[in-house]
Design a binder for this molecule. Structure first.
Ligand SMILES: Nc1nc2c(ncn2[C@@H]2O[C@H](COP(=O)(O)OP(=O)(O)OP(=O)(O)O)[C@@H](O)[C@H]2O)c(=O)[nH]1
Ligand SMILES: [Mg+2]
Length: 394
């Protein structure tokens, strides 16, 4: 899950850790320095020409893997970082020579300079764009990461953990939005006000997973003891009504349907009346897939909203749809205000960048992730889950 971003961030951290371990200039542990200066100078002289040479030229230092470098152990082989660099672009960065590494271990601390960070920040920006992060967001995020890293003094043995933590904080600032919607709480509130049923409209592009997601939300409500029913208001796509009826039957709940070509708003209106009459707490309203470019479908959507006045308008989008997703969200939001987003197909190679883009560029909360085709393949959005998947703490 979110493999794209995970790969980018760990590649970046591994590369920068290596680069910083390669430094010999910014050492602040003076006492330590004097004490060990003689021991180091010989090794440094021997390797001065080799520091920035490609790994082949340095002779038999294997490619870096996993950035943990145990302090105090000066064996070049054993101290070799162990992360895997994902890209050819990252592989071209200089590797650490054995003696330089010894120097770093002796002096203990390094300071990350702008010159050192810049090439890696640029690589990271490209990696983010390739992982579906929007251009402006990638720019802002990498700038924030640059500012938090440059000038930072870190103990060499902690360098990977330190950089990792710094980047985690930058991303977490975007991911941790306090705006989740509590559907059960909304039902309770409406019950107290005598305004049931709660009406939830599902909208989004064709094939994004609206109908399936609606059924998953129904299943969640049923499991929480909340009564619900479906409105088969996609009267546009062939077999859409049968699909909704199938879900209703499988879940053991009621469904109101019309005929193909019927006004979807009137089907939803009938479903709401039915729910009121039967004391059903929530009506889940399906809708036809629509692109922002399809004017008549967008007008139809506005009409459904006028007629039914939904409590929640939930945009269902594919977590795999790349940068286009943010534009879809913005366009639909401009037509009818979206209250929340559900991202589907996270199980199918979702790179994860569009989650960051949406949360950074809009004020709309992501409510759930859908992770498969079963009714139970839905999980509440959780920033810890996202950050731990794209950049594990260790
Ligand atoms: N792997 C995976 N498949 C999903 C997920 N959600 C939905 N699907 C599948 O995506 C396909 C389309 O789902 P639908 O629910 O019909 O999508 P829709 O948005 O209602 O489609 P239209 O009504 O045609 O606009 C179906 O095959 C679903 O089983 C998910 O989270 N993961
Ligand atoms: Mg559908």
């Amino acid at each position: 899950m979110f493999e794209g971003l995970k790969k980018r961030f760990s590649g970046f951290i591994g590369s920068l850790s290596n680069k910083e371990a390669d430094k010999t200039s910014a050492i602040d542990d003076k006492g330590h320095e004097e004490k060990n200066a003689n021991a180091v100078s010989n090794a440094a002289e021997k390797t001065a020409l080799a520091i920035d040479a490609p790994v082949e030229a340095q002779g038999a230092i294997p490619a870096a893997k996993n950035g943990d470098m145990p302090a105090g152990n000066l064996s070049a082989e054993e101290n070799e970082p162990k992360h895997e660099l994902p890209d050819a672009a990252l592989h071209k960065n200089p590797r650490i020579s054995a003696s330089t590494k010894i120097k770093g271990f002796v002096f203990g601390k390094v300071k990350i300079s702008q010159k050192d960070a810049d090439p890696f920040i640029d690589e990271l920006r490209i990696g983010l764009l390739q992982s579906d992060v929007n251009y402006d967001v990638a720019d802002r995020l990498t700038e924030g990461i640059r500012q938090s890293l440059v000038g930072r003094e870190v103990r060499l043995k902690d360098i990977e953990a330190d950089i990792r933590q710094s980047i985690r904080s930058s991303i977490y600032g975007i991911l941790a939005k306090e705006s989740a919607i509590d559907i059960a709480g909304l039902v309770e509130q409406k019950r107290m006000q005598g305004q049931l049923p709660v009406k939830i409209l599902f909208i989004g592009p064709n094939g994004a997973g609206k109908t399936t997601t609606m059924a998953k939300v129904a299943k969640m409500l049923i499991s929480s003891g909340i009564t619900c029913m479906l409105s088969a208001s996609d009267t546009f796509r062939a077999a859409a009504i049968e699909q909704t009826v199938h879900h209703a039957n499988a879940l053991g709940i009621e469904v109101v349907k019309g005929t193909y070509g019927a006004d979807p708003a009137s089907v939803a209106f009938d479903a709401i009346a039915h729910a009121k009459a039967r004391g059903i707490s929530v009506v889940l309203i399906d809708s036809a897939g629509r692109q922002e470019t399809n004017k008549s479908l967008v007008e139809e959507l506005k009409k459904i909203c006028r007629v039914t006045n939904p409590d929640l308008k939930i945009f269902v989008g594919e977590g795999i749809s790349g940068n286009a997703l943010l534009d879809q969200v913005r366009d639909i939001d401009a037509s009818i205000k979206i209250d929340g987003i559900i991202l589907t197909k996270i199980d199918v190679d979702a790179k994860g960048g569009n989650t960051i883009s949406i949360l950074s560029e809009t004020s709309i909360p992501i409510l759930f992730f859908c992770t498969g085709e079963k009714y139970t393949d839905i999980m509440r959005y959780n920033p810890d889950f996202v950050i731990d998947n794209i950049l594990p703490a260790s």
